[in-house]
Ligand binder design. Structure first.
Ligand code: C2E
Ligand code: CA
Ligand code: CA
Length: 604
């Protein structure tokens, strides 16, 4: 518009060429802004752009002022006023546009207003001097507004950044395990959910591995929690570097449980191999500040889509493979299989049948003699549960007891069984003992234990002739409560036997703290004892241990003459097993005691 006012009055190079050049620069600038309007810049790039705006503001300010002043001599009064108006409005407008970049706004203010005021004031024309003062006052006012606005703007941005950083940090912490710095359980399930959705939509395989440490508890008990924490950190370190190298997401689920996700799950053999590698990784010794410890890790693996149809099921099944694999084989990897699937189905059928069962009529008890080797007499009978379900037929206690424990109904089996066993035993003569199996779940509450105490009291059977058998795994539940329950039963006069000894992981120091009267060496060490030097050594040292600790000892599962001969040479005192007799019905006890006719007993 200014060019238009001066067209024909000022030389063409001023009104056309310079004016076009300046318009071109402004046009280019405008286009740049427009095309970049949605771009997300890095902090560095943004700072660079802002500095450039500063420079351009100065250059353009000087260019426009110079151009306007160059036109000044060619105009009449009206045209000269137009110059003043143009400069004042353009300056104030630019400053407003640059309100969020204080430096650029101030550069425009100085490069335009100072020459402007000086130039118009120096004309000596009162109206122009007045205009100069007007513009100066407005510029000062606008500068003040800009300074205040800019201060508030900066504060707002700072506050926002701080909240963002804080919430990012909170998010990070909420997904991180504070001890090991691995992703935590929550992060794991988020990652699992995402990986699962991806696998489903792309139709790819997905594997999940759960790792559980074997032997972590004893380290914690023996060396203290600080050492336990140290061990977990070391374990996490090994897992982290292994998984980082294999592009696998690993996290700590809690306690001594870890889990990993394999998104490039190729073949089952590869998955098991990777699981075995992880297990092997954990069985190398750990150097803690106070000791060098050795543990191992077991791994359970499940694969989508073969064995699971949802992320939850994938997790449950890996967990199942882990715990069922663990009882068969520690320190290795187990893939959830069709057998596991069948077992889950069978267990759920058993659970259904148990929930409908009438325990008084469906449950019965058989008794297996425990024989004193030296006197060759039966000194005790172990009561073993038998269940004939109307729907499933005969079910082994090795199957239905664990199901009842998991379903939380073991107490309603134990009570009728104990009553039946005690009723049968009351008829026995002399000092024949009764041994009865309790589940850990029977002892992990005071009420449960009191119920057992009152059944024993009311039976009329002398508690001093009763042994209660519990397994080592009982103490993995609630060590304190189980010990207290055992004390209570000891006070009543009952003996306490540690069943299946040698299969668990209990530390000897812990064993010592328990009010035990007897240990029962597990069948697995006895089978083919004469052919397996390792078993021989274990049984020998367990016998020595029981003698040292002043505990009675029963060797379980003796089946053959060869095994029996070795045991006799080791000085074993009490023996139980098919060699003498399988479990027998109550009405066979009398004949058995009168005529220990089985060939084994006579021959020995
Ligand atoms: P357990 O307490 O270790 O019982 C010994 C098991 O070994 C019995 O199996 C017995 O029949 C079997 N056995 C005995 N001698 C031999 C032998 O020479 N060779 C072989 N191969 N096996 C032998 P059963 O009766 O099937 O019981 C299995 C498990 O179920 C028991 O193991 C026990 O843990 C549990 N159980 C049985 N009855 C009860 C009960 O009333 N309450 C609880 N809580 N658990 C029970
Ligand atoms: Ca037993
Ligand atoms: Ca046993």
């Amino acid at each position: 518009m200014l060019s238009f006012t001066f067209f024909g009055k000022a030389p063409n190079w001023l009104t056309i060429y310079v004016s076009l050049a300046l318009s071109l620069v402004c046009g280019l600038r405008l286009m740049t802004w427009w095309t970049k309007r949605n771009a997300v810049l890095t902090d560095q790039k943004a700072a660079h752009e802002l500095r450039r705006t500063n420079r351009i503001a100065g250059v353009l300010g000087i260019a426009f002022v110079s151009w306007a002043f160059a036109l000044f001599p060619y105009g009449d009064v009206f045209a000269k006023v137009h110059i003043g108006l143009f400069l004042a409005i353009a300056m104030l407008g630019s400053m407003l546009c640059l309100i969020h970049l204080r430096s650029a706004a101030l550069i425009v203010a100085t490069t335009v207003s100072i020459p402007f005021v000086a130039f118009f004031a120096s004309t000596g024309i009162p109206s122009f001097v007045g205009m100069a003062i007007n513009v100066m006052l407005v510029t000062v006012a606008v500068i003040i507004v800009i300074l205040i606005q800019y201060r508030d703007f900066t504060r707002m941005v700072e506050a926002q950044t701080k909240t963002e950083m804080l919430s990012n940090e909170n998010l990070r912490l909420a997904n991180l395990d504070s001890l090991t710095d691995l992703p935590n359980r929550r992060a794991f399930f988020t990652a699992l959910g995402e990986a699962f959705e991806r696998a489903r939509s792309k139709g790819t395989r997905l594997a999940l591995g759960i790792i559980d440490l074997d032997g972590f508890k004893p380290v914690n008990d023996l060396y203290g929690h600080a050492a336990g924490d140290r061990l977990l950190i070391e374990v996490a370190g090994r897992l982290d570097s292994f998984c980082a190298a294999h592009d696998t997401f690993v996290s700590r689920l809690g306690g001594d449980e870890f889990a990993y996700i394999v998104t490039d799950a190729s073949d089952d053999a590869g998955l098991i191999a990777r699981g075995e590698e992880i297990a092997a990784l954990l069985s190398a010794p750990f150097a803690l500040p106070d000791a060098i410890v050795q543990i191992s890790g077991s791994v359970g693996i499940a694969v989508y889509p073969e064995t699971a149809s949802s992320a939850e099921q994938l997790f449950e099944r890996a967990d199942y493979a882990l715990y069922h694999g663990k009882s068969a084989r520690r320190g290795g990897a187990v893939l959830f299989s069709a057998d596991h699937e069948a077992q889950i189905n069978r267990d759920s059928r058993i659970e259904q049948a148990l929930k409908l069962a009438d325990f008084d009529t469906e449950l019965s008890i058989v008794f297996q003699p425990i024989v004193d080797v030296r006197s060759q007499t039966t000194v005790c009978f172990e009561a073993l549960a038998r269940w004939i379900s109307p729907t499933l037929g005969r079910v082994s206690p090795a199957q239905f007891i664990p199901v009842a424990e998991r379903a939380g109904i073991i107490g309603s089996l134990t009570r009728p069984l104990l009553r039946k066993a005690l009723t049968a035993a009351t008829a026995w003569s002399g000092n024949m003992r009764l041994s009865f199996n309790l589940s850990a779940y029977d002892l992990n509450s005071a009420e449960g234990t009191l119920a057992i105490v009152s059944i024993i009291r009311n039976s009329g059977f002398d508690p001093r002739r009763l042994d209660l058998e519990i397994t080592e795994t009982a103490f993995t539940h609630d060590f304190e409560q189980v010990s207290r329950s055992m004390e209570m039963l000891r006070l009543l006069g009952c003996g306490i036997s540690l069943d299946d000894f040698g299969t668990g992981f209990s530390s000897l120091s812990r064993l010592h703290a328990l009010p035990l009267t007897k240990i029962k060496i597990d069948r697995s060490f006895v089978t083919d004892l004469h052919k397996r030097p390792a078993s021989y050594k274990i049984v020998k040292s367990l016998l020595a241990l029981s003698r040292d600790m002043n505990l009675d000892c029963v060797v379980e599962g003796v089946e053959t003459r060869e095994e029996m001969d070795v045991l006799r040479n080791l000085g074993s005192l009490m023996v139980q097993g098919y060699f003498y007799s399988p479990p027998i019905a109550e009405d066979q006890i009398r004949p058995f005691l009168d005529h220990p006719v089985n060939a084994a007993l006579q021959a020995s």
